[in-house]
Design a protein around this ligand. Structure first.
Ligand code: NDP
Length: 332
């Protein structure tokens, strides 16, 4: 029995479970020479998948309708006719939302469950950790004593960015959507201050208060009004790292935002977007550093693990409701 989740229709605004089709087939998969059979263990759900569900041109092509959705997956090799992989190996790769699938091995990386829990390869030791490390160090150019503001701070990328900021000697302020998350940022991840954007009336004033010396680096995961309020507080030569803009991913109309130019000009500030794959050459260094900080206990990570293949779409939708703390992952 093989289960598959296909994109049934393109979401208008917030995605819903009805945008997905659940298919169950009673078929036996066979593999040819060079192929391997993969059994899905963990599926990553990520905000960027929302972009691939619409038809708009982007850095990756849109998902095709009535085809399986794909994301980062950890799978077990259940049989192999490919010399690079053997039965029992674990791999990570961009794979389909299927319980079982055939691959030719292209784009798969072996992962070692004895070194870290399998789910970590979708988060701290996967795209999440690399995004946090490369974005902060390459664009942020952090210097000891500076002030870093992180939005989406209790999420997968944000919680890692803030901790790296602390390791590098920065004052770190996190913005997130609940008091519970703010408490977590301070007590578990070592942030210096936190702001709950859902209960704070004047975000500009709250950021000014939390960052009395102004903001030198802003790691932006959310865009929208939260980012406008940070922009008003930036210092001369500030660096604004534009990682994502989840607050506008479900917009059906063009967002109304502050005009950024005057703030950039008067502060000689840098604002740069990026895609983690831009920094592929830096990945080995990033992985070495992240692994070392993890081993020393300087870096910790948190996960929200949802159980069950059928719950993948809902777990994805819940990202837009802030139901996750740390990396949202589905265990099959
Ligand atoms: P998260 O784990 O941060 O999950 C999403 C979080 O976003 C939620 O928990 C929620 O937290 C917050 N959120 C949801 N809606 C809103 C809103 N309207 N306004 C403010 N916050 C909101 O996801 P990731 O860490 O995986 O991704 C974070 C960002 O980084 C995303 O924008 C993503 O697209 C981007 N990204 C970019 C990459 C790149 O290469 N450039 C690579 C990976 C991710 P809360 O409760 O605080 O609202």
């Amino acid at each position: 029995m093989i289960k598959t989740i296909l994109l049934n229709s393109r979401p208008e605004g917030k995605p819903s479970v009805s945008n997905f089709e659940f298919k169950t087939e009673d078929i036996e998969l066979t593999i040819k020479e060079g192929e391997l059979l993969l059994e899905t263990e963990y599926v990553s759900v990520d905000p960027y998948l929302r972009g691939r569900m619409s038809n708009a041109k982007s850095y990756v092509p849109p998902f095709e309708l009535n085809q399986p959705v794909q994301s980062g997956v950890i799978a077990k090799v259940s049989s192999s006719k490919n010399d690079n992989f053997k039965e029992g190996d674990y791999v990570s790769g961009m794979l389909s939302w299927k319980t079982l699938q055939v691959s030719n091995g292209e784009g798969l990386n072996k992962v070692d469950p004895s070194k870290a829990p399998l789910s970590a390869y979708l988060g701290i030791l996967g795209m999440t950790g690399l995004t946090a490390y490369c974005g902060l160090t390459e664009i942020g150019q952090p210097k000891k004593g500076e002030t870093l503001v992180v939005s989406g701070a209790a999420g997968a990328v944000g919680s890692v960015v803030g901790q790296i900021g602390k390791i590098l000697g920065l004052r770190v302020i996190g913005i997130a959507g609940s008091d519970e998350k703010i408490e977590l940022l301070k007590s578990k991840f070592g942030f210096d201050a936190g702001i709950n954007y859902n209960t704070t009336k004047d975000m500009t004033a709250a950021i000014a208060e939390a960052a009395p010396n102004g903001v030198d680096i802003y790691f932006d995961n959310v865009g929208g009004p939260i980012s406008d309020a940070v922009l008003v507080n930036i210092n001369r030569l500030a660096r604004i790292i534009v990682c994502g803009a989840i607050s506008v991913y479900n917009n059906t109309e063009a967002p109304k935002s502050l005009s950024v130019q005057p703030f950039l000009v008067k502060n000689s500030a840098l604002m740069q977007g990026f895609i983690v794959s831009n920094y592929a050459e830096k990945f080995p260094e990033a992985m070495t550093q992240l692994t070392s900080w993890l081993a020393k206990g300087k870096l910790i990570y948190s996960e929200t693990i949802v159980e069950g293949f059928d719950n993948i779409p809902q777990a994805f939708i819940d990202l837009f409701e802030g139901k996750n703390k740390g990396k949202m992952v589905v265990k099959i």
